[in-house]
Design a protein around this ligand. Sequence first.
Ligand code: CP
Ligand code: NVA
Length: 310
Amino acid sequence: MKLKSKDLLGIAGLTKEEVEAIFRVTADFKEKKRTDKPLSGKTLAMIFEKPSTRTRVSFECAIYQLGGMPVVLNSTEIQLSRGETIADTARVLSGYVDAITIRTFEHRKVVELASNASVPVINALSDFEHPCQALADLYTIYEKKGFSGIKVAYVGDGDNNVTNSLVFICALMGIPLSVASPEGYRPKKEVIETAKKLNANTQLEVTSDPKEAVRNADVIYTDVWVSMGAEAEAAKRKKDLKAYQLNTELLAASGKKDYLIMHCLPAHRGDEITDEVMESKNSVVFEQAENRMHVQKAVLYFLLGGKDAI
Ligand code: CP
Ligand code: NVA
């Protein structure tokens, strides 16, 4: 099987069947059913315009373990920072490497890179989507709970990259999602419309009441209140989102005992999540982080044409 797109720019560009195929290959790599080096000799350039711990290290390890090599390019150290265009950068890199990841601000830059590169481009986080995160999130949920009859709740900033990708992947996989955010932090209309296009029967609830969102939830997810690039609004955001913290009092409203606590990380302990909740037995945040690498191996495998991916 080959993915229908050359690139992974967002969850909204995938099909349910493609996500299922990515998860099958992820399991093979994670459970070490495959230990060959299907991407032997391949290179992956990784452009970073924002900091990263998980995405950078998990991609570097993933390509290396599959037999290839990463080339990390911090944007301040390449000519992009001196005015070379994204389009020219895409064309030059396409002559050297087999795929490119980019972490940036405006999503249009990811699209521009992809449309000018002849090699696959992977969105390693833009202000609009974080598809590799959402794939690892859903793979973690699948491993722990399966998808049948589950409800996911997201509490906090509902208008960011992580939430958008979560909204799209839950729609795609037919999983009910309840998002609790205050006014001004809710998923944008265009995001809700895209979710409905991905699945006409999508079960997406948007509420201002975090207790309503977590009621009967099997998975309770949050992300930072201040995303990269929004630092100037930090004080206002912390005030506006104060009532949306994952803490023991809120979690008591879930009515369940075996819910999963998820966070894409990095966490700001004491803001969107308490220490107690991060460290609770329900928390799977570190397994979720590990799964970034396993899922990205499958993504690289499909996009770089591992021999039986085609
Ligand atoms: N979750 C995530 O993308 O983490 P990094 O910012 O550390 O890459
Ligand atoms: N929403 C966060 C995710 C970090 C992985 C950000 O964009 O900073």
